[in-house]
Design a protein around this ligand. Structure first.
Ligand code: ZN
Length: 682
């Protein structure tokens, strides 16, 4: 998955103005909604929603309700006090009778907005605990000043507002407590030092590793995703899994999800889709990971339906050991026009696999079912809200991908929002070397960026194979970075291939340079805008980008392939030889595929630790200073549209209306009112 784009979007979608619930036109749409701390909140359009049939709209509606119903789960997964903190802050925000214009109250408001953005007390991207700017004293006074009945859904039995203050103050203010949500730092116990809630109090990394090692059957060619949907806790000195399911952990929220999924099943587009939904329901009832695999296979094989969704414990980036999954949901429908592009890529998947620079022994003889489509997101939820990926490739289980393929999507209405919100913000003028670089970016940047995402998702993740007997988790904490690098490199290598022009996907043999320049500039310099001074790079996608860019820079140094040039005391990326950059991308792809295929932990470690983690403090400081002057937010999140079911006198749904006018604060407060059923401590 890739995240940010900043280049002009060339394809305009024209909305029909005669329909009273038609999609607003791009030029009439206000993309930017809110700005605080290091975040800008955007809204996104849902083009063509009005062209769906009533049954399809109803299906989307039920699935969006199922998506929003899981919101609290992620908060609790991210840290055990997140729900208590969110509810306490919301109670203060809504009931505080003191001076709402005071600096302290403003700071509390900003902090609450950040908690919504991070789904908890840690930054959504850096995963560091953020620091409140209001005082401990104000926090205590504000809580004492509101009526205790406003804290009804917060206080545990026997708890008073004062003991609540005592409980939360260190969690919010003490920098040494839960400093990181997911710790990836080498050489410490990653479980004990992570602030998330996937493991119980006192559970250690060696204990977790031993627990799952004895559970795994190394001879099972179709292993379940061990530990995916449970919290591992110690009870009476014994480790046990508390499974996320109806009757288990998070049951109240999962019951709601299932309630809406059951309604969705009644309006499914076809029997196959109905079966997908029903299998997911039965997994939520039992927590059985074999059923989850069954569901994943049915889901990946449902290619006919126009409406699609992700709903479940899916991505494992939040667990330092990469086993436990955070809850997320995206509901979407196919963007038919744009999907033609990815269909061309997918139907040539075998050609790409055969012609890649990878050693033949690591290639797939038969690339199966690489399906790809461009989608329009209808709702973002759980770990996809407010921050969201712009591409998704699922399922994650290696054996399912090998035997049944994977589904790959690019979320074009989200990239549209990014692009439109970034027009003319001065970024390209500040950081790009020349007018020529800017010209080519303006002309082809959006197209090639979307295409790189397509290649990454449609071909990259699905390419290559593990040698027999190689443990899919062999690369451990380095696995995510290596996997993302593999997918990115596959895309980078092929975006410059004449085959892409031959297939009519790019108009000429120059366009790819827009993506090469963007990628190298981002990986070597501008993504550092997202890192605080003195910090290393932690997040897997960012590590992967620096790994690739820094490796290519270093390996091409002797021939001056890529330069970091100075002008007026400012550093710029200059690419002198695009063809050699491509060759180097190909070399690194071969190297990384070998590491993945052979489960070479030491190889992965060396590459990541050498190129992907450390930051040049001087360059970092310069980039931050230049970026600061532009006054841009380095991160973006989203608000969702609001869907309203229109019913006739008998209660039958006659239409689903969509509106775009809800702001960030109102939306989060409403979600907390309408979709919050979990206890504060689970
Ligand atoms: Zn990816």
């Amino acid at each position: 998955m890739k995240k940010l784009t900043f280049i002009f979007m060339t394809s305009l979608l024209i909305a029909c103005s005669s329909n009273k619930n038609a999609t607003p036109a791009i030029e009439d749409f206000n993309y930017s909604v809110d700005k605080f701390a290091d975040v800008e909140i955007l809204r996104y359009r849902v083009p063509d929603f009005e062209t769906l049939s009533l049954q399809q709209k109803e299906l989307v509606y039920y699935l969006t309700e199922a998506a929003l119903a899981g919101r609290d789960i992620l908060y609790d997964q991210n840290n055990k006090y997140n729900l208590t903190i969110r509810r306490t802050l919301e109670a203060v925000y809504q009931n505080y009778k003191g001076d709402r214009n005071s600096t302290d109250f403003q700071h509390l408001t900003t902090y609450l907005k950040r908690v919504w953005m991070g789904n908890g007390i840690h930054h959504h991207y850096s995963e560091d605990k953020f620091t409140p700017e209001f005082t401990q004293q104000f926090f205590a006074e504000a809580i004492r000043s509101i009526d205790a009945k406003n804290l009804e859904n917060v206080l545990q039995p026997g708890q008073t507002p004062d003991s609540l203050i005592a409980q939360l103050t260190p969690v919010i203010f003490d920098p040494a407590l839960y400093p990181k949500r997911t710790n990836q730092e080498h050489g410490v116990d990653l479980i004990l030092t992570s602030g998330n809630n996937y493991y119980g109090q006192g559970v250690t990394q060696p204990e977790v590793e031993a627990f799952y090692a004895q559970m795994k059957d190394p001879n099972d060619p179709r292993p379940i995703s061990y530990g995916l949907n449970s919290k591992l806790v110690k009870e009476n000195g014994k480790l046990i899994e508390k499974t996320y399911r109806i009757g288990g952990l998070y049951s109240p929220a999962i019951e709601k999800i299932v309630f809406w999924l059951e309604k969705a099943a009644t309006v499914a587009e076809n029997d196959k889709q109905k079966d997908v939904i029903n299998t997911l329901i039965s997994y939520y009832r039992t927590g059985n990971l074999r059923t989850y695999d069954e569901y994943s296979i049915k889901w990946v094989e449902d290619l006919a339906s126009q409406i699609d969704f992700v709903n479940g414990f899916t991505e494992t980036y939040g667990d330092p050991l990469g086993m436990k999954a955070s809850w997320e949901s995206i509901v979407n429908f196919k963007n038919v026009e744009a999907t033609k592009r990815t269909e061309i890529i997918s139907s040539n998947a075998q050609w790409f696999e055969n012609n890649s620079p990878v050693d033949p022994q690591y290639k797939k003889d038969k690339v199966k079912g690489v399906s790809a489509k461009v989608i329009t997101a209808a709702i973002l939820a759980g770990d996809c809200y407010p921050a969201t990926p712009i591409g998704v490739n699922l399922p994650n289980a290696n054996w399912i991908r090998a035997e049944h393929g994977s589904k790959s999507v690019t979320i074009e209405n989200i990239t549209e929002a990014y692009d439109q919100a970034s027009l003319g913000n001065g970024f390209a003028e500040e950081f790009m070397w020349s007018d020529a670089d800017r010209e080519i970016a303006k002309e082809y940047g959006s197209l090639t960026d979307n295409l790189h995402t397509d290649l990454h998702e449609c071909l990259g993740h699905g390419s290559g194979k593990l040698l027999p007997g190689v443990d899919p988790d062999a690369l451990k904490a380095y696995g995510s970075t290596i996997e993302e690098a593999r997918a990115d490199l596959f895309g980078l290598y092929y975006i410059a291939d004449p085959k892409i022009v031959e297939l009519g996907i790019l108009p000429n043999n120059e366009a790819y340079k827009a993506e090469y320049y963007r990628f190298m500039m981002n990986g070597l310099m501008t993504q550092l805008t997202r890192i605080q001074p003195g910090k290393n790079i932690e997040e897997a996608h960012m590590r992967n980008r620096q790994l690739i860019a820094a490796w290519v820079y270093e390996k091409g140094k002797a021939e001056n392939v890529v330069e970091l040039k100075k002008r007026d005391g400012k550093t710029y990326v200059v690419i002198n030889d695009y063809a050699k950059v491509r060759t180097l991308f190909g070399k690194l792809l071969a190297e990384i595929q070998k590491i993945k295929s052979t489960g070479d932990f030491e190889g992965a470690k060396t590459l990541v630790e050498t190129y992907a983690v450390k930051v040049d403090p001087k360059l970092h400081a310069e980039v931050l200073q230049r970026y600061k002057k532009l006054n841009l937010a380095p991160y973006r999140g989203f608000v969702n549209p609001v869907y309203t079911a229109i019913k006739d006198a008998s209660g039958k749904i006659t239409d689903i209306h969509i509106s775009y006018d809800e702001n960030y604060v109102d939306q989060n407060l409403r979600y907390s009112r309408e979709y919050s059923v979990l206890p504060s401590i689970n």
